[in-house]
Design a protein around this ligand. Structure first.
Ligand code: C2E
Ligand code: CA
Ligand code: CA
Ligand code: CA
Length: 278
């Protein structure tokens, strides 16, 4: 920063102000979005070794009247800070559970829907009771719901995390650890929590066919999952070469553009009738 001239420094502070202003505007737009139906949910298939879908991940989308389409990478962290994450998650959970109930009614009794649960929600809210009430409202058996949590949640308040997860597990809900390999969880933690599934983070899957660290980490996660009797899903699979490596490592569940991109609920019926490898 010391090398910056006066003009450049001024430009820098100005752009910070613009960013803060943008953020404030985005913040109030998100508040309105929750009330004005600007959020919706898309579903990305998770498939088995034959390319057959066994479930879907629910991913939230925001088409803002003011800002256009805003990525969840941008607005989920904002929602976590401004306290809207509870409302956003409640919305996604309800939509997802109603969808999964509709899939069941249409003759797909085993399809599971996965919902992302933010760390802040996990800490502050009575998650198990919330989930139970949504399942009851939607008429969805707990076995048809999976919650994707992140490693960070297993750290902080371990006793609380354990209590909430045990309660969810006792209900029959499945628990997946998302973005696995990017956090700090140790073997000891993994063993202690009632976890069913590990999701290998996309950043490792991307490199698993390049023979470097991505491969080493992917291999380690797959074998860790197997030795702990957990299922393992590779996320962000885009290429046949990656799929071949994952198959060779013994990973048999996949999610990624190679199979299907996230799609609106309206497109699911056609996809289920004819799921194809892209
Ligand atoms: P995530 O949970 O790791 O979700 C996977 C992301 O990877 C999704 O991006 C998905 O569209 C993308 N993806 C899937 N396959 C591929 C692929 O083959 N290639 C590439 N390049 N990308 C792929 P998306 O939908 O933009 O979501 C980004 C993140 O936002 C999610 O990461 C999750 O952390 C968060 N998020 C999305 N929806 C929700 C939600 O309803 N609640 C919460 N708490 N977080 C959400
Ligand atoms: Ca996820
Ligand atoms: Ca993920
Ligand atoms: Ca990820």
């Amino acid at each position: 920063a010391k090398k910056l001239g006066k003009g450049q420094f001024q430009f820098y502070t100005e752009s910070l102000n613009v960013e803060a202003r943008d953020r404030l505007a985005l913040d109030s737009a998100l508040r309105r979005a929750v009330e004005q139906d600007e959020l919706y949910v898309v579903y990305q298939p998770k498939v088995d070794a034959n390319g057959r879908p066994f479930g879907f991940e629910a991913l939230v989308r925001w088409d803002s009247a003011e800002f256009g389409s805003v990525s969840p990478v941008r607005f989920i962290p904002l929602a976590e800070e401004n306290g809207l994450i509870g409302q956003v998650t409640w919305f996604v959970l309800r939509e997802a559970c109603h969808q999964a109930a509709a899939w069941r009614a249409a003759g797909n009794p085993k399809l599971r829907v996965a919902v992302n649960i933010s760390p802040s929600l996990f800490r502050e809210k009575d998650l198990a009771a919330l989930v139970m009430s949504v399942l009851e409202e939607a008429g969805l058996p707990p076995e048809n719901l999976e919650l994707e949590i992140t490693e960070g949640m297993l750290m902080g308040d371990v006793q609380r995390a354990l209590a909430v997860l045990d309660e969810l597990k006792a209900m029959g809900v499945y628990i997946a650890v998302d973005d696995f390999g990017t956090g700090y969880s140790s073997l000891a933690y993994l063993k202690r929590f009632p976890i069913d599934i590990l999701k290998v983070d996309r950043s490792f899957v991307i490199e698993c066919d390049c023979g470097n660290e991505g491969l080493a980490i992917t291999r380690a996660v797959v074998s860790l999952a197997h030795s702990l009797n957990l299922r393992v899903v590779a996320e962000g699979v885009e290429k046949q070469t990656q799929l071949a490596v994952l198959n060779a490592l013994g990973c048999q569940e996949f999610q990624g553009y190679l199979f299907a991109k996230p799609m609106p609920a309206a497109a699911l019926e056609a996809y289920l009738a004819n799921p194809t490898i892209a």
